[in-house]
Write a protein that binds this ligand. Structure first.
Ligand SMILES: C[S@@+](CC[C@H](N)C(=O)[O-])C[C@H]1O[C@@H](n2cnc3c(N)ncnc32)[C@H](O)[C@@H]1O
Length: 321
């Protein structure tokens, strides 16, 4: 998900309230009114994964626990939910929401799924969900450095305990590698100009500094940039975030190990927000050892798109062993 002008913040939901709302299949506008987190394509995810009582399920991107809470109500107390996230703050939010002996949460990359299952003493599971990308709180907290709208250190790491920040990466990368990343991960049409000006103006330390440089490289004033339908820095920020967090390599590794982690008849479902990610998922599901798969991606209804701007570019694909 790239930052959009109407990205909504999500406060801590209560598990019982969430379960109550989920059980009545209320429209997501009711979730918004009650300021409860709205998971993307929730009804579609449940209908694809068909989690039954007692099933073992994995949520690879636990986030704020929205999908996981719904899965948990379906599998019941005899089921088992294993979840993970790179982001400690999101993991804590989910931990508060999803209490129970049958919930195991890990601060971990989903690329390490086989090791996580082995540690939990689980060989294979019935369903695996991954809802890729970032969550709204990432954009809302200026100290995380994800947003061109909020001044802060240029960090962008999902896992703040390790790795290079966006500023460190930006200040050492070659101009040609940067231009290639802006093109491949951000679909940035002015990639060469943006990369050249970034390299000329280094060192870059803050989100505002970067946003101003991108506006200048793309012949936007800062004021005109904020008035544009798509802010001129959106694609650069998205590409940089994907590069910092090695999002495509992690997804490739997850796709490689998925079939070994699923029980016979088990289903994997992946929601992506980026064309490069969707291409990887489509190919892996087509070429993998699956008995059945989605022919076309499932996309949000008009109503969901209207109510939840975050859902607009979501694509759900599934594959069954
Ligand atoms: C779109 S949010 C998930 C929202 C969640 N489905 C919900 O209903 O609240 C994506 C989450 O995945 C996490 N994430 C992204 N890449 C990851 C990875 N490689 N391994 C584990 N977690 C990851 C992010 O930190 C973020 O919290």
């Amino acid at each position: 998900m790239a930052e959009s002008s109407d990205c909504r913040s999500v406060p801590l939901p209560s598990f019982h309230l969430l379960v109550f709302l989920l059980s009545f299949r209320l429209p997501s506008s009711v979730f918004y009114l009650l300021r409860v987190h709205v998971p993307v394509l929730l009804a579609e995810v449940l209908s694809v994964l068909k989690p039954r009582k007692g099933a073992a399920v994995v949520d690879c991107t636990i986030g704020l626990g929205g999908h996981a809470a719904a899965l948990l109500t379906k599998i019941g107390p005899k089921g088992c939910l294993i979840g993970m996230d790179l982001d400690l703050a999101n993991l804590e939010t989910a931990r508060t929401l999803l209490k129970g002996k049958n919930v195991l949460l890990n601060h971990s990359n989903f690329a390490a799924l086989p090791a996580i299952l082995a540690e939990a003493g689980v060989e294979k599971v019935d369903a695996i969900l991954a809802d890729l990308g970032v969550a709204s709180p990432h954009f809302d907290d200026p100290s995380r450095g994800f947003s061109y709208r909020r001044d802060g250190p240029l960090d962008m790491r999902l896992d703040v305990t390790r790795g290079e920040t966006a500023a460190q990466l930006l200040n050492r990368i070659t101009e040609s590698d940067l231009a290639a990343a802006l093109r491949d991960l951000g679909d940035e049409e002015d990639a060469d100009r943006v990369a050249a000006l970034i390299v000329k103006r280094r060192p870059i330390r803050t989100t505002t500094q970067l946003m101003r440089i991108v506006c200048e490289a793309r012949d936007f004033t800062v004021e005109r940039g904020f008035g544009a339908k798509l802010h001129p820095a959106t694609r650069t920020f998205q590409a940089l975030r994907m590069l910092v967090n090695r999002e495509l390599p992690s997804l490739q590794q997850l796709l490689r190990v998925l079939p070994d982690c699923l029980a016979p008849g088990g289903t994997a479902a992946i929601i992506s927000f980026h064309s490069g990610e969707d291409r990887l998922v489509k190919r892996a599901f087509r070429d993998g050892p699956y008995a059945d798969r989605s022919d076309e991606p499932i996309t949000p209804s008009d109503a969901e798109r209207k109510e939840n701007p975050r859902a607009r570019s979501a694509k759900l694909r599934w594959a069954r062993l």
